[in-house]
Design a protein around this ligand. Structure first.
Ligand SMILES: Nc1nc2c(ncn2[C@@H]2O[C@H](COP(=O)(O)OP(=O)(O)O)[C@@H](O)[C@H]2O)c(=O)[nH]1
Ligand SMILES: [Mg+2]
Length: 456
């Protein structure tokens, strides 16, 4: 996500952090680099300029200049300003429960921005929260759009309202609302038509639909790859319709960040969701603080912990924590952890969320690390349960057997055992970190190889 921008900012930050003292020249130079990075990422130039002005004003404040780590302080200011730029707080949908009437939500945007896909993704999310959504095909120009929506609804096992052949969106709206009332639906999502470029007939149609169904939410679906052109699209739609927020799509691609960083500042409206892939569950609420941390390479530890919490069996994690505390952590537990780590998905995705992650990734050979992890797993699997619990009994003969059995070498096995012994020692010491590490997918921070990956 935003790799180029992230890389450039992190380089600037490394230089800044290294400075023991800070002068106006240092600050100006660093901020010039930040500004260039933002412009290269296709951030709107006014947005970039105002952003830099805000950071500069604070960076030259007396406390910063006189502090022990001025560079670090400036990095923090940039981080906080970026959070503010992205909208400060997570913005929820305004869809209160318990209304007698179904509430409406309109998705609008240009062709191919991801309206239909996002309608499905959003309906899925709402259904998971216990709502009863209805998907409505209001794109009357492309018959394929209705088929697409119907397919999505089918995959989600959610109802879908279509009137094939009907060209009047108002008739579709009336029909959909009647059905929603009859079926006890509480949220009606309208997937509307798009254009290659916004034009008057489209705007008129959307305005009519809006006036008919009185949506509580009008979300603009924005392709994150459109860069600062997104600014004019957003302004147009907002002026015409009064949007309530945006869904940024295709953040998984090679989006440079311009749209994400400019939208809020230009429209004053929040980004509410992010599309991060083609699948229906590749969709998440937009968290400005987490996004800023990812962009700045500070890692999205919160998302990572959440992801880990989904993958990790809570009870197993608690037991493991107990064992760690008592210094009873064995190779068997270690094997369990390796497997938990695998459940989190490819290493690349995990590393990206760790502080300094994107950065460390460049130097690290992830393929090699994954191979090492597989090797470790194979070696532990080749041990008897007794050997796993008491590695002290591993004499030369046993080691040769394990190496042969796992298709590795005695040297590799010795390396693993040495690392493991160090890890055990460290665990006993690090009492207060145990809890956190257990939650983070079973102590992967303590895992051999991980430190190396992070360039520590
Ligand atoms: N990689 C990726 N592709 C997406 C995302 N959202 C939508 N797409 C793809 O973008 C294309 C256009 O999406 P669609 O929903 O049909 O756009 P619409 O014309 O606005 O309705 C489809 O191929 C989608 O699979 C996303 O978040 N990530
Ligand atoms: Mg569509």
């Amino acid at each position: 996500m935003f790799d180029a921008l992230s890389g450039k900012l992190q380089k600037t930050f490394r230089n800044l952090r290294g400075l023991g003292k800070i002068s106006e020249t240092n600050v100006a130079e660093a901020l010039r680099e930040v500004r260039m990075a933002l412009l290269d990422a296709d951030v709107n130039f006014k947005v970039a300029k105002q952003f830099i002005a805000r950071v500069k004003e604070q960076s030259l404040g007396a406390e910063v200049v006189a502090s022990i780590q001025p560079g670090q302080q400036i990095v923090k200011i940039i981080h906080d300003e970026m959070v503010a730029l992205l909208g400060a707080e997570r913005s929820q949908l305004d869809l209160p429960r318990g209304f007698a009437q179904p509430l409406c939500l309109m998705l609008c945007g240009l062709h191919g921005s991801g309206k239909t896909t996002s309608s499905g993704k959003l309906a899925r999310l709402l259904a998971a929260e216990g709502r009863k959504p209805l998907l409505v095909g209001a794109d009357v120009y492309r018959p394929a759009a209705m088929d697409q929506l119907e397919t999505l609804a089918g995959q989600l096992d959610l109802p879908c309202f279509l009137m094939r052949g009907e060209k009047d969106v108002l008739k579709i709206a009336d029909g959909a609302m009647a059905q929603a009332k009859a079926d006890g639906i509480d949220v009606v999502l309208f997937d509307t038509a798009g254009r290659l470029q916004i034009d008057e007939p489209l705007v008129q149609e959307l305005v009519q639909l809006r006036d008919r169904v009185q949506p509580r939410e009008i979300l603009l679906v924005l392709d994150a790859a459109t860069g600062q052109e997104a600014v004019s699209v957003a302004t147009h739609f907002d002026d015409a319709l009064g949007i309530t927020g945006a869904i940024l799509t295709k953040l998984d691609g090679d989006a440079r960040g311009g749209a994400a960083l400019s939208f809020r500042e230009v429209t004053g409206k929040p980004v509410k969701f992010a599309g991060i892939g083609e699948k229906l569950d590749d969709f998440e609420p937009f968290h400005p603080d987490r996004m800023a941390s990812r962009i700045l390479g500070m890692g999205d530890v919160v998302s990572l912990v959440e992801k880990a919490a989904e993958a990790v069996d809570e009870e197993a994690a608690l037991k493991l924590e107990e064992r760690m505390k008592k210094g009873q952590f064995t190779l068997e537990d270690f094997l369990e952890q390796l497997r938990q780590l695998k459940k989190l998905g490819p290493l690349e995705g995990i590393i990206d969320m760790l502080p300094g992650g994107g950065d460390a990734m460049k130097g690290a050979d992830l393929g090699k690390s994954e191979k090492e992890f597989r090797q470790m797993e194979a070696m532990i699997c080749s041990m008897t349960p007794q050997e796993r619990r008491t590695p002290a009994i591993l004499n030369a003969r046993r080691r040769r057997r394990i190496a042969a059995g796992s298709g590795t070498t005695v040297a590799a096995l010795n390396g693993l055992l040495k690392q493991f012994a160090q890890m055990q020692k460290m665990m006993k010491k690090m009492g207060k970190f145990q809890k956190m590490m257990t939650k983070m997918g079973g102590g992967m921070g303590a895992m051999p190889g991980m430190g190396k990956l992070l360039g520590r």
